[in-house]
Write a new protein. Structure first.
Length: 216
């Protein structure tokens, strides 16, 4: 192992999967749900978090940084990579979940105004979508193939992908082969990362939601 991360052999790719840094919506009390439609920049705290990630990764041999096209993810990736936003390749399949009618609202409000839809979603988000939007299953179907394609292209290397809370949770379920019904039990902090090893078409989870680099 060199630095903070293991070094891949020529049949292995290591994936550092990052949730974007915090936006003002994330920091609101209660937090505001932001999905594929909202496109805010990072807050000052989110920028600080991304700089902490850059400090962690600057001595590592990273072959490529990829991102969702949404500004908060691209901004995180660019700061972490030490480059301009325009230099970060993006993939539409990594856009955050479409939250439909619930975008821009809080869970407290939704629970009070739409209790049955709220109950169904909380019971199994893999099947039941955000009202008027996508389910976790929908997100997994579009995001996982792209992530698999990227790691397959980078055997022998380590890459970073910056995406979103639901996209990354769905990928954790894909990697660990467990039902999306339980995926909300996975907590992912803003600018936290999870490390995966990809080998022989199979993912192995190494860490989940590492945040020590954030120094809060």
């Amino acid at each position: 192992m060199s630095g903070h991360f293991p070094q891949p052999n020529d049949q292995t790719c290591y994936l550092i999967l990052v949730r974007h840094g915090a936006t003002d919506n994330n920091l609101a009390n209660p937090p505001v749900l932001q999905g594929g439609k909202m496109n805010p920049p990072l807050s000052k705290e989110g920028e600080r978090q991304a700089k902490c990630l850059h400090k962690l990764l600057e001595s590592e041999k990273i072959a490529a940084f990829y991102s969702s096209p949404q500004h908060r993810a691209r901004q995180t990736a660019a700061i972490a990579a030490g480059c301009s936003i325009e230099e970060i390749p993006t993939f539409d399949a990594l856009v955050e979940c479409d939250l439909g009618d619930w975008e821009g609202r809080s869970w407290l409000e939704i629970q009070e105004t739409e209790p049955e839809a709220y109950r169904q979603f909380m019971d199994d988000p893999g099947i039941y979508p955000y009202a008027g939007g996508e389910s976790f299953g929908d997100v997994q179907k579009r995001a996982a193939p792209v992530i698999r394609e990227l790691v397959s292209k980078h055997l022998g290397e380590t890459i970073v992908i910056v995406a979103h809370n639901i996209v990354n949770r769905a990928m954790h379920a894909e990697a660990m082969d467990f039902p999306l019904k339980y995926v909300r039990r996975i907590h992912l902090d803003n600018c936290g990362f999870s490390l995966f090893r990809f080998r022989d078409e199979t993912f192995r989870q190494i860490t989940i939601n590492s945040t020590m680099h954030l120094g809060t």
